[in-house]
Design a binder for this molecule. Structure first.
Ligand code: ZN
Ligand code: ZN
Length: 504
């Protein structure tokens, strides 16, 4: 089997791997590139492969950097099945049309400029309509139930604990008479999230493709978001102001609802109204409620005691524009709205109506990228421009750096450590160069498993270091055995002797 890295190699985003197996081609993920202008250019134009030659697609999860180019793939001739877990299929059905809508708005803005400059207009990467046309190709697969999309190839999805429906994917196939197992980690979740389960343990893989977003970062103990929310809400309630929380529609919003629910159920905050003002967040929250069994023990415990963790009195979902506009004239409310860095979306309206009020507060959650409104507020600017209007910043600005959905360095190492039989090779993907280099060093030192950092558009045989060299393979297997199994002194001596002979 051969692999080409069409994304998430040298970068974090645009996850896309093309696999070629006995002349048949398939993809794992087909994500949108996000970030710098140069990186985003890759989203336009033709794919570097022919979509009509791809027989099927295996999708790890619904995040746009993994699924975001699927509508373009279908538009350019792909006609195969897109295999994903049931929640991923349903999330994609709301997230992809939303993404198409965002592309249309972005291109419309660019085209207004181009028209004024007398230059030719550009086409959106895909439209909301294109996204709807891609949905019939999705096929639901069950977690931990192997299926066979091609003769000789078995595919199994495992819970990755990253977002609702997220999966790791294991391929099992025969390669020159040897059964091989290859695991794509997808994006890996973390331990101890508010209600997500931890990533499933996989005991065996010959080869692992591991994400490395936080390969260079051990996250400090997460602060107390619950305590912080309690303090801020009490303050704004007393002052007759509002708390505005810019939040991503997916996961972040539900995490905050979950914590607020706990505060309300335990009567720890005054009776504020809580508004979720983002149509996408409302749709996604509905899907979270549809799959309660996928969340952790604490979530189940609350349900058993009659508390739906994503519902509480005075929690309102505003969907229409009118619902949203009504929030311009309220007090003593918590408004959770997208986008998470306040660089787009309805949250800008709420910031416009609250930033100038010293009785209100803004809580920024997680990383705020350079040049976003969120970052400016974090940096303490006293005046901002929102939709063409100068707004004074008098509200209190808070920041909570946590709630990440990605495993950090320690958790990535722990994940590798849990393989009872270590892979003979690890490809580090989905990470910036520095992250990958640091993680490579740590894995090689700790587990003696060689790591390779693939490049964008690089094609390599999956088992290139081992194919054609059965002796090296035996040596590797032997060394692995010595490291992982408790062997008797006799067996150990014999194995060491054998390895020594093979090596000479
Ligand atoms: Zn993700
Ligand atoms: Zn990702």
């Amino acid at each position: 089997m051969e692999i080409t890295f069409y994304g998430a190699a040298d970068t974090v985003t645009g996850s896309c791997y093309l696999l070629s197996f006995e002349g048949r081609k398939f993809l794992v993920d087909c994500g949108l590139f996000q970030g710098s202008k140069a990186i985003k250019e890759r989203n336009y134009g033709d794919f570097p492969f022919n979509p009509s030659e791809i027989e099927f697609l295996l999708l790890t999860h619904a995040h746009i950097d993994h699924a975001g180019l699927i509508p373009k793939l279908v538009k350019q001739g792909f006609k195969g099945s897109i295999y994903a877990t049931e929640p991923t299929v349903e999330l994609a059905a709301v997230m992809l049309p939303d993404s198409g809508h965002v592309q249309e708005i972005e291109v419309e803005r660019k085209n207004r400029k181009l028209r004024r400059a007398g230059k030719p207009e550009i086409e959106p990467i895909y439209t909301a309509q294109d996204a709807f046309l891609a949905l019939p190709y999705f096929k639901k697969v069950e977690i931990e139930k192997p299926f066979s999309p091609l003769p000789g190839l078995e595919v199994t999805f495992f819970d990755a604990g990253h977002i609702l429906g997220s999966a790791m994917i294991k391929l099992t196939f025969n390669d020159a008479g040897i059964t091989r197992e290859v695991v794509f980690s997808g994006d890996l979740g973390r331990n101890g999230r508010p209600f997500m389960k931890e990533p499933e343990t996989i005991s065996h893989a010959d080869l692992l493709l591991l994400e490395s977003t936080y390969g260079n970062r051990v996250r400090p103990e997460e602060g107390d978001l619950r305590g912080l929310l309690k303090v801020i809400i009490e303050k704004v309630y007393r002052r007759n102001g509002n708390l505005v929380i810019p939040a991503f529609a997916m996961e972040r919003t539900q995490d905050i609802i979950y914590i607020l629910n706990d505060l309300v159920e335990n009567k720890e905050i005054p009776p504020v109204d809580v508004y979720i003002d983002s149509p996408l967040a409302v749709e996604i929250t509905k899907l979270f409620k549809k799959y309660p069994m996928l969340f952790n023990g604490e979530y189940q415990e609350k349900l058993r005691h009659g508390d739906d963790p994503l519902t509480f009195p005075r929690l309102y979902f505003s969907i229409t524009q009118e619902d949203s506009v009504k929030l311009n004239n309220i007090n003593r409310a918590v408004i959770i709205s997208a986008s998470g860095m306040a660089d787009a979306g309805r949250v800008r309206h709420h910031l416009k109506h609250n930033l100038w009020r010293k009785e209100s507060a803004v809580l920024l959650v997680g990383y705020q990228a350079q040049d976003t409104l969120g970052r400016k507020l974090l940096d303490g600017v006293k005046q901002v421009k929102i939709m063409g209007e100068e707004i004074a910043v008098k509200a209190e600005i808070y920041h909570y750096d946590g709630l990440s959905a990605h495993a950090d360095q320690e958790e990535l190492l722990e994940f590798v450590g849990k393989f009872r039989q270590k892979p003979s090779l690890i490809y580090l993907v989905h990470g910036e160069e520095e992250s990958r280099l640091v993680l490579k060093k740590l894995i090689e030192e700790k587990y003696q498993v060689p790591c390779y950092l693939p490049h964008y558009q690089e094609t390599i045989p999956l088992f290139r270091d081992l194919t054609g060299d059965p002796e090296k393979m035996l040596i590797d297997k032997g060394i692995n055995l010595l490291k992982t199994k408790k062997l008797s002194a006799n067996a150990k001596a014999l194995l060491e002797k054998l390895i020594g002979e093979l090596e000479n």
